[in-house]
Ligand binder design. Sequence first.
Ligand code: SAM
Length: 248
Amino acid sequence: MTRRRWIAEHWDEMTATLVGAQAEHMTRVLRAQPGMEADIVAGGRVFHAEVAAVTNGHGATSVVRFNLIAELKADPALPVTLVMAVYKFDRMEWAIEKATELGVAAVAPVIARRTEKHLAQAAEKRVERWRRIAHEAAQQSRRSDVPVIHEPEPLAARVRSASTDTRIVLAEQERSTSLRIALEEYVAAAQAGMPPLELAIGPEGGWAPEEEELFDANGWRAVSLGPRILRAETAAIAALAVAASFLE
Ligand code: SAM
């Protein structure tokens, strides 16, 4: 039987601890007792673990402490940062959940010219919720880590920032180069595997012309996902799936 997997909030070399809602679920719903086994994710590593002690508090005071028995093979995330222009929150949150399941290493929300003003203003307050969604999706998909959700920033700051990553912008107007062709070239040129990627997805209204020029002026490569216009969340998932096919 597959042991349940939990992502610990606190850990050291020998033990790990769940607190708050996760501990509450273990104590109240699963009736955790010393000796119960589980897989525990701690700091990007995975361990076969055993419950050592349970404090059945109420609400945030519940605590479950585990002894770490043996380290297990961890599946590394895809070395991909998804740069997502902020758009309709429900759709964006769906994209964060699916990107987490697909193994994304980080999501960088950016404010694009066509990001609706009220969403741009509200984005900062949504980051904690996006981080919770990523944590839950990582736990559900049995990942060994939780993707980083960066603070929202203006698109230009991300585009101009210094990076050694291979930087790609998904451009719905682009027709000459597909994402697959571009990745084939990068994999062929790279010594070991694939260089870390940044994949940028525009908002519902698409990239503004001056944004496409900014990407180009800062060395981002425009690629296509085919002739059809995809919703931003569809483009994000499709791009990650293509990238994952090169990396796994
Ligand atoms: N408003 C734009 C239009 O109608 O042309 C569509 C923007 S689309 C909803 C949102 C983002 O998804 C785009 O900015 C792009 O990053 C990505 N995208 C959608 N379809 C794509 C395609 N066929 N190739 C590359 N990127 C695509």
